[in-house]
Ligand binder design. Structure first.
Ligand SMILES: [Zn+2]
Length: 346
């Protein structure tokens, strides 16, 4: 494998197509982050970190190594083969940095390579519907009594329980609710609540919208976890300080990162729910669709449909507050798994 790579790099000098910083990160098994506050692209791997200023073409590695990347084309993130080769050689040849215990670390910190670890600092929980919008309703005769279930009540019950679990588990983090009672924020307001959360540079945010499903077919049942299709292109970064020429490539980078993370979040939520509910198929219910809230939130986002309110069997379960707590616990388990993996591998 290594030999092939060396050969390719050798060929690069005689006209192999140029490669991008994204390719570089992928080849090094590193993650790519766009750092809007610094205008830098961060390439972060288990051994090294590299911050590339896309305006000046200046790269700063850990160990204070500087590179100039004269071939860097800002609008595309593409590098010439020589610069690409130098980066690869540096990344591979550097000895793994010795980890200095925190208390002996010098006060002075390099500005270009942040030392703080990536962290999911904010979790936005969105209880679907509310107020004048009841969402779906299910009318059933259960144990001889007519029961009317409203989606808006079920989503709120699950979200309030989930909030409780998350606040206990993560006292230092912010758990935001788009509604705490029977009110109706519009979809735009819900997304706005999520997008307006303030984050510092290595902090990130997740969005989870909770719903219950309905169908004309009373047989339809099961949990569904929706995320944005991987090929759905969106605008996920704000224009702001970013030069216009760089916007498309950065947007694509960030968007593909969010989409990958949204899918991973959906996978973990499905696993958490399957574990809680005793479903042997952990992948059941994973679905792609650009629903408004998952499409519009500029962050990893999942919309969970926690069963069909129109199905007698599932509706019967939903009348039990303990079952709603189980659903919340399943989502909680999934969120915790996602956060752990995200923070370990970032
Ligand atoms: Zn709904």
């Amino acid at each position: 494998m290594r030999r092939i790579l060396v050969l390719l790099l050798g060929l690069g000098a005689v006209g192999l197509p140029a490669q991008s910083l994204k390719d570089f990160a992928a080849q090094m098994g590193a993650q790519l982050f766009w750092e809007p506050y610094r205008g830098q692209l961060l390439i972060s791997g288990p051994q090294h970190r590299l911050a590339v200023d896309l305006t000046t073409g200046l790269a700063l590695g850990d160990e204070q190594t500087n590179f100039e990347l004269p071939s860097l084309v800002p609008a595309t993130g593409v590098l010439g083969p020589e610069d690409f080769g130098r980066l690869v050689a540096w990344w591979k040849d550097q000895p793994t940095p010795v980890v200095v215990p925190p208390d002996s670390r010098p006060e002075q910190k390099t500005d270009a390579v942040p030392s703080a670890e990536p962290r999911v600092q904010v979790i936005v929980l969105d209880a679907g519907h509310g107020g004048t919008d009841p969402g779906s309703t299910g009318r059933h005769v259960i144990d001889g009594k007519t029961v009317v279930l409203k989606e808006k009540d079920l989503t709120l019950a699950v979200v309030l329980e989930l909030q409780k679990l998350l606040v206990q588990a993560y006292p230092g983090r912010t758990i935001v609710l788009t509604r705490k009672n029977d009110s109706y924020p519009t979809l735009e307001q819900r997304v706005q609540i999520a997008d307006s959360q303030k984050l510092s540079e290595k902090e990130s945010i997740l969005f989870l919208s909770v719903h219950f499903n309905a169908s004309l077919s009373k047989k339809a049942k099961g949990i569904e976890l929706w995320y944005v299709p991987q090929n759905y292109e969106r605008e996920v970064i704000a224009g702001g300080d970013i030069p216009e020429s760089m916007f498309p490539v950065l947007n694509t980078l960030v968007d593909s990162e969010y989409k990958k993370e949204s899918r991973e979040l959906a996978v973990q939520l499905a696993k958490g729910l399957a574990k809680e509910l005793g479903d042997s198929n952990e992948q059941r219910g994973l679905k792609e669709n650009p629903w408004f809230v998952v499409r519009m939130a500029r962050m990893p986002a999942v919309l969970a449909e926690l069963g069909f309110i129109t199905n007698l069997e599932e509706a019967t379960l939903m009348t039990d507050p303990e079952y709603l707590k189980k659903l919340a616990h399943g989502l909680y388990t999934g969120l915790v798994s996602f956060i752990q993996a995200y923070e370990e591998h970032s």
